[in-house]
Design a protein around this ligand. Structure first.
Ligand code: SF4
Length: 470
């Protein structure tokens, strides 16, 4: 995906003016948090499981190389191959060389945000390889030529009618008797198209929700079964995932799994939890003949050694997006990045650079809801603040806030002058508000009300009330 995060203000304005999108977001905002609350009401061990999961991930991050090497050794022992990729380009080259080796013409894909992150589809298509997304949401947005708008609901920005329009536009042999207002018919239509692809693909590519070090197992957590068809039917299976997905053993995987679906889709467990350990054995009824795992770094090691380290606990559940007032207002495409919402505001600058993504850590009200709902208790507002600090230190962004803060700092260090200016501003502000003119505050007031102060500064009011109490 080509990042467009530098256009965040324009894209956000466009999204807020899109009535159809706002209607979709309205329902998302109403329904998703309520469903999560209902799921957690049935799970009284949520807090204790959260603490266990954080301890597991903290241990993993403290011994990341140990667990990754253990995983590699286990995969190799089972007959698979592990490939290490420092960058997105290295990951794509590795995957392309496997495809060339097998003379692949058709690749099916399960949903994977890491392959979006590294731009794998573009690389495969440029090589002349037909690349078909098989997750329903991903399939729909691929037809439309759009990036995902949510890490677990890639087509959440679309209404049912828009999905039907896309099928009519792209499925030229569409059965006219199909009632595309029915979700089951939309599903049947997509399924019919995808079945043939599953059966003829030479290579299946999936992501992984977990990598289990002790057994060399990769795990996908899905609801549609497309991931299983992608990884079992073609002769070659390639898993592409980030290095932070590693967990020590089956027990730790099971602990974190209790949090993931509840936080993501409010389900106790997803329809499929599929564990893959190596290629097909002689006794296996099915499965790929070759099993490759591409471990992608792409900035994660740098994050590990930095103040942003806690972000690597992320299990990509999407709860922070589902509870973010900014995401609810603008949706995912405004972020111009694969990773959106609060988690994207922390990850995207690492992957795309702060010059491209500088708006994203600023696109937050700092209400703290994201941190509250995050099953891994990642301090998202604090991590966004760290990006803001870096931005300030590197003189990125507009010079106005820097000058403003500089002037404010100079005045605030002189209490007498500060009091005089504050008292003067308190007297002038009500008049300016009556005239509808507030210097530097126009953007803020375009969408918000500011009740006129009563003409006295906070300190003057405080003194007055203190005197009255005495
Ligand atoms: S930051 Fe937390 S809430 Fe957001 S996707 Fe990651 S684990 Fe889920």
């Amino acid at each position: 995906m080509q990042p467009t995060s530098h256009l965040f203000p324009q894209l956000a304005h466009r999204a807020m003016g899109d009535a159809r999108l706002q209607n979709v977001l309205y329902h998302h905002r109403l329904e998703t948090p309520a469903k999560r609350l209902a799921a957690l009401a049935e799970f009284p061990e949520f807090e204790s499981t959260r603490e266990e999961a954080i301890a597991i991930k903290t241990d993993v991050l403290n011994h990341l190389s140990h667990y990754l090497l253990q995983f590699e050794s286990q995969v190799t022992d089972q007959g698979g191959q592990v490939h290490w990729a420092r960058t997105a380009a290295e990951a794509n080259q590795t995957i392309l060389s496997i495809c060339r080796e097998h003379n692949a013409k058709l690749v099916t894909k399960g949903k994977s945000m890491v392959t979006e992150e590294i731009g794998l589809n573009e690389a495969l298509i440029a090589e002349g390889i037909e690349t078909v997304e098989t997750d329903l949401g991903e399939y729909i947005i691929q037809l439309r030529g759009e990036p995902p708008s949510h890490i677990i609901r890639p087509a959440m920005h679309l209404s049912r009618a828009q999905v039907a329009e896309s099928f009519v536009a792209h499925h030229h042999d569409l059965n006219p008797d199909r009632d595309l207002s029915e979700p089951s018919e939309l599903l049947a239509e997509a399924r019919q198209k995808l079945r043939q692809k599953f059966l003829t693909a030479e290579i299946g590519i999936t992501g992984a929700n977990f990598l289990i070090a002790e057994t060399g197992t990769t795990v996908i957590v899905t609801n549609e079964g497309n991931g299983d068809l992608t990884q079992c039917l073609p002769p070659v299976h390639i898993v592409v995932t980030g290095i932070e997905k590693i967990v020590p053993n089956l027990e730790s995987f099971a602990t974190i799994l209790r949090l993931l679906p509840r936080s993501a889709t409010s389900q106790e467990i997803t329809a499929y939890v599929t564990l893959s350990t190596g290629p097909r054995r002689k006794t296996d009824a099915d499965g790929p003949r070759e099993f490759h795992v591409v471990l992608v770094d792409n900035g994660r090691s740098e994050m590990l050694g930095s103040e942003l380290r806690e972000m690597l606990r992320c299990i990509r559940c999407g709860a922070c997006l589902n509870h973010c007032p900014v995401f609810h207002a603008v949706s995912g495409h405004a972020y111009g990045s694969v990773y959106t919402g609060p988690m994207g505001a922390v990850i995207s600058p690492q992957i795309q650079g702060l010059e491209e993504s500088g708006h994203l850590p600023n696109a937050s009200s700092f209400c703290g809801r994201c941190e509250e709902v995050c099953p891994m208790k990642i301090p998202l507002p604090d991590l966004m603040r760290k990006w803001r600090n870096r931005q300030f230190e590197r003189h990125l962004g507009s010079a106005w806030p820097r000058w403003g803060i500089g002037i404010w700092g100079w005045v605030a260090a002189r209490p007498q002058l500060y009091k005089k200016i504050a008292a003067m501003a308190a007297r002038i502000l009500p008049r300016l508000l009556r005239w509808g003119f507030v210097p530097l505050g126009g953007g803020w007031l375009r969408y918000r009300d500011l009740p006129a102060p009563e003409g006295k500064s906070f300190m003057a009011l405080y003194k007055k009330q203190s005197r009255q109490r005495e």
